[in-house]
Write a protein that binds this ligand. Structure first.
Ligand SMILES: C[S@@+](CC[C@H](N)C(=O)[O-])C[C@H]1O[C@@H](n2cnc3c(N)ncnc32)[C@H](O)[C@@H]1O
Length: 900
């Protein structure tokens, strides 16, 4: 028989090939030959049985003929079917099919007369056959022998599934059971359709035959002894119940996400999209390492794509081979797309670190976003020398650039540009940081503020950035109370002595910002590798401290830091926990030994001075308090000094003052008098005619400064020996005129030659020194009172000057008045002031004389006013009425003078 013509027998093994069937057939023929049993049936068959039924039928026929003959020969009676069938009445189909219809273990022939042996692996086959044969006997179906003998139908796969489902259901969960029930129902519905079932059985059989498609794991499991999978049809389709709601929603969400339009996909890719409804990447997927420009229409799926890529990689070289090593898992398409196609920014409201509920917040923080000048600092600031306004000459910048960069004159001088000092308009100028800050603050949103306070693990609170900052961009201002160095020391030693953190930063020489009441910038911690820097910038002439992003810029979520660069931080060095690679270990500067020594010296000196200043300040405060307690009004009169320390200080001050006065007119006069030299003085013309005292040509020059001084001295005397001077003389010093003197507008005529205003040919030349550097010259007509007063002044000068020296030592009037005296506001009740002054004036004639002189001065000035308004006259008028128009600061200075 030609090989091609060999009929195919049922086979369940992939190894049981065409060849094996050929072998079987040949072996059967050989057997028939060797047994010399001429079976007409057998011989008449042109083909081997093509099915199991046929084989069995042939077996039974054979057995019937053979065995019946034998029985008849042996005279044995009728036996049971089972016995007649040679003991092989039941079969395990599964095992038997694998064993190619095995017979009894001892028999080399099976029921069909075939050995079932293959030539492929005869020995193994034997063993297998033996084993399976034994097992196969245990099965429970019977061969119905007889005329109507009919093989029982093989249990269909679906029946088996149903049967097993019953068993499995008990061990499965609810959902599993419902799946099985659904399967059962489906199968039950088809019960009546025998033909269909038969077709299905055939199909199942065919499926069994098509073993090439069965995966190995399934085959292995399938052959297990009474295994579950032996009974289950794994390929059967089962209607699953709908997924749970949660899962359904999740799936929908993912699909929606995937269906988002891919705005940044290259147009080429868009063009090649296969359909409008389904995104190409939903079908094909865009995976990590996949190029965005691949042509989807040329590929059939991911596998093909991978193959193609590998090919390309080989062609394109090592660089592309990397794609082969891509991780096998799939990245979400949107991320791959973002990575590959463009830069992206996460919107502020999606990603912004922010304080969460329960996060610790700073306590005792009075947020103040403006600088406030406090106490002495105010005075210092008012007196401080103003730098001349600078003007930059920066050229216009190129397109997309900003002008006024590092070489800008204003920038170098730490001035911020504005429309007055810069040629460029605001949009092209890069030196208007604080202007930018103002604009941002006006917007006021969280993004504009862009920072927040956070608690650090080991450095207290800190400041975190909630957005990105470009290099050099201003972030915020360091604001607080601006105090003098003395006040700063005092606060440190008194107010903050129990505190752990100080928030003090030097703004300018002698001026310190105390951020205890200040902006959020006070929370910025130190780092040896900072990302910010703090700089002073003069904005419209006012120094302000800004926090700027460093050269590397700042990312969202970074903590802001700057280098404190402490010269010395307290007595001991404070340990640094910044965690930078190049951490110095402490918050102080890193210095070598020489620098440290030098620093120590400077620091000690600074401390000493500051302590002295603080002490002085405290004493002055104390004195003011005592005076106020005694007087109960705004009057700050003389203090009875009796403690030796103060006396000593007064002596020292006196000496200093004398030194200063060595070159003064008074000193010269005194010296001249002592040496009996003629007194160098300005003589008043015509004094002989009008003078009193019989000396004719006696000088009537009044040095008003000295007169005022003496007046004050006498006043002191009055104060000390008050009861003796309680007279009732007429009050010549009117409160009004006194007030005018106090309100003299110094700013109007400082050192102005126009102030020398001559109204009469014979005038008394006078000089009033105001403060330390302001002198107003004028000429006054002599009056009787003035003359008398002047005489007395002269006499007193001659006679009492020496006595006065000793007195001076204990008389505070001779001391330079402290700043507070000058600056404190006058009493709110001018009458109270006037009354005091009047009382004193009444009781002392010399003082009356001086007052008279003052009055004369005023009369002259007023006279000048009425006589027509020359330029000088106007100035004088202004000076007289200065109280109404003078600036507050100058008024206060004037008041100080008047009191002194
Ligand atoms: C201006 S305050 C900064 C804000 C402060 N962390 C707070 O909670 O108020 C300065 C103080 O912070 C602490 N500090 C700042 N930076 C530090 C650092 N790098 N290491 C250790 N302590 C630091 C020190 O106690 C320092 O005296």
């Amino acid at each position: 028989m030609a090989e091609d013509a060999v009929p195919m027998t049922r086979s369940t093994s992939s190894n049981s090939s065409i060849h094996s069937n050929i072998d079987v057939h040949l072996a059967a023929e050989a057997l028939l030959d060797s047994s010399s049993v001429a079976s007409p049936d057998r011989l008449s068959r042109s083909t081997d049985p093509t099915s199991l039924a046929e084989s069995i039928i042939s077996c039974s026929q054979q057995q019937l003929s053979g065995a019946g003959a034998e029985e008849e020969e042996a005279g044995v009676g009728r036996r049971s079917k089972r016995a007649r069938c040679g003991g092989v009445s039941t079969y395990n189909l599964k095992l038997l099919s694998d064993a190619q219809l095995p017979g009894p273990a001892s028999s080399s022939r099976n029921v069909s007369g075939l050995t079932g042996r293959t030539l492929v692996n005869a020995e193994e086959e034997d063993e297998l056959t033996d084993m399976k044969g034994e097992k196969g006997l245990e099965m429970d179906w019977e061969l119905d022998v007889g005329p109507s003998a009919r093989l029982k139908r093989k249990t269909s796969v679906k029946e088996r599934v149903k049967r097993v489902a019953g068993k499995v259901g008990s061990v499965l969960g609810k959902r599993g059971r419902s799946v099985l029930e659904a399967g059962k129902r489906r199968l039950g519905g088809k019960k009546g359709k025998v033909d269909e079932e038969a077709a299905e059985v055939d199909e199942a059989a065919e499926e069994d035959e098509d073993e090439e498609d069965v995966p190995r794991w399934k085959k292995e499991l399938d052959t297990g002894r009474k295994g579950l999978l032996d009974e289950l049809d794994l390929d059967a389709e089962v209607d699953l119940p709908p997924p749970a709601k949660k899962a359904r929603l999740a799936t929908q969400a993912v699909l929606r996400e995937m269906a988002q339009p891919s705005a940044a996909l290259p147009s080429a890719v868009k063009a090649s999209a296969p359909s409008k409804k389904m995104k190409r990447w939903q079908k094909e997927g865009l995976y990590v390492g996949q190029r965005a420009d691949f042509d989807g229409s040329q590929i059939g799926g991911y596998k093909k794509l991978q193959k193609r890529k590998t090919k390309e990689a080989v062609n394109e070289g090592a660089e592309q081979v990397v794609t082969e090593n891509q991780p096998p898992f799939m990245t979400l398409p949107m991320f791959a797309y973002l990575d590959k196609t463009r830069d992206f920014t996460i919107p502020y409201d999606i990603f912004a670190p922010s304080l969460k509920k329960g996060d610790e917040k700073p306590k005792d923080w009075h947020q103040v976003n403006r600088n406030r000048l406090i106490g002495e600092a105010k005075e210092m600031w008012e007196k401080s020398e103003r730098l001349p306004a600078s003007m930059c000459v920066c050229p216009a910048p190129g397109p997309g650039e900003l002008g006024c960069d590092d070489v800008c004159l204003n920038r170098v001088m730490q001035y911020e540009c504005n429309n007055e000092n810069c040629n460029l308009s605001a949009e092209f100028c890069g030196n208007r940081a604080f202007a930018e800050l103002v604009t941002r603050k006006e917007k006021g949103g969280p993004y504009d503020v862009g920072v927040e306070v956070l608690k650090t693990p080991n450095r207290g609170f800190g400041v975190r950035s909630c957005r990105t900052w470009a290099a050099g961009q201003i972030i915020m201002e360091y604001t607080g109370e601006i105090v003098s160095e003395g006040e700063c020391q005092r606060r440190m030693h008194e107010d903050y002595k129990d505190k752990q953190c100080y928030y003090l930063m030097e703004l300018e020489r002698g001026l310190i910002i105390d951020g205890t009441k200040g902006s959020m910038a006070r929370f910025i911690n130190h780092s040896c590798e900072p990302n910010c820097e703090v700089r002073m910038v003069k904005v419209n002439g006012t120094p302000r401290m800004g926090v700027f992003a460093g050269a590397a810029g700042i990312m969202t979520g970074e903590e802001l830091t700057y280098d404190y660069n402490f010269d010395n931080f307290g007595e001991t060095q404070q340990e640094c926990y910044c965690g930078a690679a190049a951490c110095r270990g402490s918050l102080s500067k890193r210095l070598n030994a020489t620098e440290q020594k030098k620093l120590l010296k400077v620091e000690n000196e600074r401390k000493r001075k500051a302590a002295e200043e603080a002490q002085k300040h405290a004493e002055d405060e104390d004195r003011i308090k005592r005076v106020n307690c005694g007087r109960g009004s705004g009057w700050r009169g003389w203090v009875a000094v009796d403690d030796p320390e103060t006396k000593e200080r007064l002596r020292r001050e006196k000496r200093e003052r004398e030194k200063k006065e060595e070159s003064s007119g008074r000193a010269r006069r005194l010296a001249a008098r002592r040496e009996s030299l003629p007194v160098p003085a300005v003589r008043r013309s015509g004094d002989g005619a009008r003078g009193r005292g019989g000396e004719g040509g006696r000088r009537k020059t009044v040095h008003v400064e000295r007169a005022a001084e003496l007046q004050a001295e006498r006043q002191n005397e009055v104060e000390i020996a008050e009861p003796a001077f309680q007279g009732d003389g007429a009050a010549r010093h009117s409160p009004d005129s006194s007030k005018r003197t106090e309100d003299l507008d110094l700013s109007a005529g400082v050192d102005s030659p126009a102030l020398t205003h001559k109204t009469e040919p014979s005038l008394t030349k006078g000089e009033i020194e105001i403060g330390t550097n302001t002198t107003t010259q004028f000429q006054v007509p002599p009056t009787e009172e003035a003359e008398a007063g002047a005489d007395q002044v002269e006499e007193k000068e001659h006679g009492a000057e020496e006595d006065q020296e000793a007195e001076d030592l204990s008389n505070p009037i001779n001391r330079t008045p402290p700043a507070e005296y000058k600056l404190n506001k006058p009493s709110s009740n001018p009458n109270a002031e006037a009354r005091t002054t009047t009382a004193k004036t009444k009781s002392y004639p010399l003082k009356n004389a001086v007052n008279t002189v003052s009055q004369a001065v005023k009369n002259t000035l007023l006279g000048a006013k009425s006589k027509g308004k020359t330029a000088a006259g106007e100035v004088l008028e202004k000076a007289v009425n200065g109280g109404k128009s003078a600036e507050r600061g100058m008024k206060q200075t004037t008041l100080g003078f008047a009191k002194c």
